[in-house]
Design a protein around this ligand. Structure first.
Ligand code: ZN
Length: 243
């Protein structure tokens, strides 16, 4: 199972863990365990106990002081400051010790933003094209954009990968030979593709296929905890719309 951008959303993470139970051998996290949401301790504890590999994200870096937060808006900065007050020094040290991507495991690599730059957003096909020009591994998993799917390079053309439609639980992507992939499992805790369901992916390295999955969770409960914590209300409001 590949998951990313959990962002301290325990309700979403719990739903993903339950839905994926029995469907995977190992979990790999592409970063941003914390930030935005109201459950940083639960997110850190689950990730430490369940993930074989964890790549660091920009919010993980910010919480432990390794990111100057130049790209952070005022809402993100407020969440970082609040998160610091919630974690033990030992948990902050764990975040500080996370490795930058890309990390290698089997056929694939794993990065937060892109395999070239850990803080880069891959949103448009042109962004992916620049990476494919400078990177020749067949498969890299990325997060950071909170957009499920990603891109492939097939016959010299960059194509967008599919994601489940609303109400569809999953989409199957068979990995073709001679095609390069930048695969985004989508965000667990703060999807931004208009689908409020938590996103993740199951990678079967033997069958060479990826299942992009979505699972509904209690967005109202996660939003209520954000408001109760005194975090900026927009962080609560966006969960119900997935933007
Ligand atoms: Zn993120």
């Amino acid at each position: 199972m590949i998951l990313t951008d959990i962002h301290s959303n325990w309700e979403a993470l719990e739903a993903v863990a339950a839905a994926a139970d029995g469907a995977y051998d190992e979990a790999i996290c592409l970063g941003d365990v914390v930030g935005y949401g109201a459950a940083p301790r639960e997110a850190v504890t689950w990730t430490r106990n369940n993930c074989r590999l964890v790549v660091r994200g920009n919010h993980d870096k910010a919480v432990c002081g390794l990111d100057a937060m130049e790209d952070f808006n005022i809402v993100a900065q407020a969440a970082v400051a609040w998160t610091r007050t919630q974690l033990s020094s030992e948990e902050i040290l764990w975040l500080a010790g996370l490795d930058p991507g890309p990390l290698s495991h089997g056929e694939a690599e794993f990065a937060h933003g892109s395999p070239i730059d850990e803080d880069e957003y891959l949103v448009a096909a042109g962004d992916a094209e620049m990476v494919f020009e400078n990177y020749d591994r067949p498969l890299c998993f990325v997060g950071h954009s909170h957009l499920q799917g990603g891109f492939c390079l097939a016959g010299g053309r960059v194509l967008r990968l599919p994601r489940p439609h609303a109400h569809q639980p999953e989409v199957l992507l068979p990995l073709e030979p001679d095609v390069c992939y930048l695969v985004n499992p989508g965000s667990v805790g703060q999807p931004r593709d208009g689908d409020p369901r938590a996103a993740y992916a199951i990678w079967d390295d033997e069958e060479r296929q990826i299942r992009f999955r979505r699972v509904a969770y209690d967005t109202q409960r996660a939003a209520r905890r954000i408001l109760d914590a005194g975090l900026p209300p927009m962080l609560a409001d966006r969960l119900a719309v997935g933007r």
